[in-house]
Design a protein around this ligand. Structure first.
Ligand code: ADQ
Length: 447
């Protein structure tokens, strides 16, 4: 079997129990033997001029270093201050700086340079996410003819957003050098087609084949999942169930997100405020636990969202709290996965309200964690990729506080029968389309 080479922005090193994506890619690498290449994690003063290998039993890991200047330009700059806001419909938050685009191109070229000596003729190469769009073209430039696939974990921008890029045509030139482009949702594939069409860069061919910038390749939808069986076990054996229940006395609503402006946290706080204003009978009956560890704090927009959410939570608690009840508890720390699984299982409502999201794994984790005999209700934004398949959730528009508050009230009143019926359908989807299915489907298509 052809060796699999995975390239991602960050190389998972150490043995911290990381998320489903890492587990799935490790499984795939173990099956065929392979190599996983990524950034070592912390910028260094003098980056080495070769990959550093970390041997493993069935596959190898290899890391590269970055200087602080390259990290700032490639990662914080172009990746997270241009591409991330753009792909999440927030072109207004982009900070376009020519030296960041130069750094993004330079780092991708350097990764290709470091990788090429270690490639074998029959490798299959699988590139992950928006930080590495140019990697295939840099590899091709250095003579690599092996199949190269890309998977985009975040939404693909439509024509209006693409037009806000400093050099929109270049994005399609980069993408055209892959053999398979994978997306989370149908929405993303149709955005690719529409955006490329506006720039006269695409001709549709038969089935999943397209001609992009004159080169023939395939493009498809591969919705990512979680390691469902493992998460179900995690939730069943979660600690402290009784203690957590007795602490609150109220029904719990839970939100779990990286603190990011794409996740719609202020919108859900405002809807919760409206719920409490309109339903005095729910006071002391519902409490909202929001877990949101800060990320990318050196980017200004992330400092702003932290301030806004803290301010809102404080104001709502000031307005409604009683001696016995704090309406919103807001936790900024990462939580161990087994504790998280137990919290999901306790929560009557799982609240997933992004304004834009590739997939959203929290929606799937919440469903997997439920007690099937007395499951909670998932409230899910129509802008999460997950909404394309998880249609038995209460699907809402996160921009509309009235609609969202009504969904919260409805979830509180929903009969056990209806909750079980909806949950059974959701759980079937999350179990059948887990992360192992995702990587197997993708790799089978890459060939
Ligand atoms: P993210 O934007 O990070 O991922 P998401 O899919 O929700 O979003 O995954 C977040 C993960 O982090 C979940 O597994 C969650 O449990 C975990 N997590 C969040 N807060 C935590 C906390 N405080 N403690 C512990 N764990 C926490 C990107 C895209 C998504 C896409 C994924 C995978 O933005 O749209 O679903 O990649 O492709």
């Amino acid at each position: 079997m052809a060796r699999l080479v995975v390239v991602s922005n960050r190389l998972p090193l150490g043995d911290n129990p990381s998320g489903g994506l890492v587990v799935a890619l490790e499984d795939a690498l173990r099956a065929s033997g392979g190599l996983w290449v990524g950034f070592s994690g912390e910028p260094v003063e003098t980056p080495g001029d070769a990959l550093e290998f970390h041997p493993g039993a069935r596959f190898e890991r290899a890391s590269f270093d970055l200087s602080a200047t390259d990290f700032d330009a490639y990662y914080l700059g172009y990746s997270n201050s241009v591409l991330w806001p753009l792909c999440h419909g927030r072109a207004d938050l982009m900070r376009i700086q020519p030296e960041h685009l130069d750094g993004y191109r330079r780092v991708n070229a350097r990764i290709a340079e470091l990788l090429v000596p270690h490639l074998q003729p029959d490798d299959r190469i699988w590139v992950q996410d928006y930080q590495l769009f140019p990697l295939a073209s840099e590899l091709r430039r250095r003579g690599v003819t092996a199949p190269i696939g890309h998977f985009l974990h975040i939404p693909f921008p439509g024509p209006a957003d693409c037009a806000a890029l400093p050099n929109p045509a270049e994005l399609f030139d980069w993408l055209s050098q892959y053999d398979l482009l994978g997306f989370q949702a149908r929405r993303d594939l149709s955005n690719l087609t529409e955006s490329a069409r506006q720039l006269s860069r695409i001709e549709p061919l038969e089935g999943d084949r397209i001609r992009l910038c004159g080169r023939d390749l395939r493009a498809g939808v591969f919705p990512i999942g979680i390691d469902t069986a493992a998460f179900i076990d995690e939730a069943r054996s979660a600690p402290d169930e009784d203690r957590m229940r007795s602490l609150t006395g109220a029904q719990m609503m839970i939100g779990v997100d990286r603190l990011d402006y794409s996740k719609g946290i202020p919108q859900r706080f405002r809807a919760f405020q409206l719920l409490l204003e309109q339903n005095p009978d729910l006071h002391e009956k519902i409490s909202f636990l929001q877990i949101a560890p800060p990320t990318r704090e050196s980017v200004e927009a992330y400092r702003d969202i932290r301030e806004e959410t803290e301010h809102l939570a404080g104001r709502i608690n000031g307005q409604f709290a009683t001696v016995n009840w704090t309406p919103i508890r807001f936790i900024h720390r990462p939580i161990p996965r087994n504790v998280l699984a137990g919290l999901y299982r306790q929560a009557r409502i799982g609240l997933v309200t992004p304004l834009a999201d590739g997939m959203n794994l929290v929606a799937k984790e919440y469903v997997a964690a439920q007690d099937v005999s007395d499951p909670g209700v998932l409230i899910l934004s129509r802008f999460a990729g997950a909404a394309e398949t998880m249609t038995e959730a209460l699907i809402i528009n996160p921009h509309d506080p009235t609609e969202l508050a009504e969904a919260m009230a409805r979830a509180m009143q929903m009969t056990a029968n209806e909750r079980r019926r909806r949950h059974a359908v959701l759980l079937r989807d999350v179990s059948e389309h887990d992360v192992g299915w995702w990587s197997a489907e993708y790799l089978a298509t890459l060939g």
